[in-house]
Design a protein around this ligand. Sequence first.
Ligand SMILES: C[S@@+](CC[C@H](N)C(=O)[O-])C[C@H]1O[C@@H](n2cnc3c(N)ncnc32)[C@H](O)[C@@H]1O
Length: 247
Amino acid sequence: MLKAHLDQTHEGASRKTAEIEKTVSHLTGSGFLKTGDRVLDLGCGPGLYSSRLFMEGMQVTGIDISRRSIDYARTQAEKEQHDIDYVCTDFFNIEYEETFDVVLQVYGEICTFSEEKSDLLLNLIHRSLNDEGIFIFEVSTRVLRMREGLKNRWYVSEGGFWRPGRHLVLEEGFDYPENETWLNQYIVTDEDGTVRTYRLWLHDYSLETISLALEQSGFEVEQVWNSLLGEPYRKGGDWIAIAARKV
Ligand SMILES: C[S@@+](CC[C@H](N)C(=O)[O-])C[C@H]1O[C@@H](n2cnc3c(N)ncnc32)[C@H](O)[C@@H]1O
């Protein structure tokens, strides 16, 4: 996973450097992120955004469940002498109260949870924000899912995302349109015959459904874009990026 975050040839785990820089420049340029802000980067991965936010003068906390990503982020911060608080934990364990001016969650992580869990996450984020704090994030839409399509394929890999060594992958996609939910299932077999199944659930949103979920958790949508790069919102995009204010 760490390798995938840092790989500039695809955007499987993180976006490419140019996009990350444009995102930070859009969010600072539009005034949603400001020098001196206390920012929580939720699902920070190896710290690709956190480090840039620190350079822009913010006080940054980065949280991720991946030990490898957090270790990498800490090592980089030490090298660059960046005073960033990286914490390795499940973001469902956060207990911050009125601590941050901004919570940032990049690359649609909220879409990977059930409705109950994403509501719980929204409540934890709400509690962690100061009065009138901002939650900036993005969700994927059904348009992206339809464009990517259901995958039904198999392949042998000499080493890659799932395993460092040779393995077989059986990939199958399932669509549940009534719940705007997709399942990508990967059955991975190692050379010694060990079989493991991985299921990646993806819940897509429309502006209406995400606005309702935010409203129910005490947020008001303040700004909507087609991506965190700041393209103005139009219906029919792959992504919806939102700045929602705690009310
Ligand atoms: C798609 S990646 C995006 C990483 C980063 N925001 C970026 O865009 O470079 C999602 C990140 O969320 C983290 N993550 C997923 N579920 C998590 C959880 N329950 N608690 C903490 N981190 C989690 C993953 O480890 C991963 O680093």
